[in-house]
Design a protein. Sequence first.
Length: 199
Amino acid sequence: MARYKSDHKEQTRERIISAAGRCFRKGGYSGIGVDGLAKEAGVTSGAFYGHFSSKEDAFKETVVQGIREVYEAVLRLQAEHGDRWIFVFIDFYLGTRRTCNLTEACALQALTSEVARSSESVRTIYQDELGKVINAMAQGLAMGITEENIHRVWALLALLSGGVTMARALANDELSTHVAKGLRTASLAVLGISEPSHK
């Protein structure tokens, strides 16, 4: 029975984090309160407080999970696609991550502006988790983790997340696609790489 209770508690926590991620992405930090987060997760407000001390605590956990998803995706693409991983990453970001429902958007697009308005502790965690992504991406480039590659990856993620955020805001789908094409060209230029000879 104790085993069940432990698993059940962890599953409830994960459900709350998942629900919070959807809500914060869609409506922003100020767009929903604890009662709304609990309802979205299918739990009581009391159950919410059994896992998180505050809305900010849940937001912090959402940010951590969101950035870690990017980190894990980078490692997975590097393992699956070898040297071509960066092209697959860019195309996925400008395709799926530009057109998916906002509740499923990358944390870099949907949560960064919310983090900027948050407490220093949230910003510090965001910075630490994003730093891991930066290092993993730099490691996957030619020459590995160099100062130049670190700078290039920072610029790339800023370009992709900011550019996709802008493209999402456009009412015209054709124009959004055109912006994505421009972002792809700019991304390769930032990295100093050329189109692969074969796809």
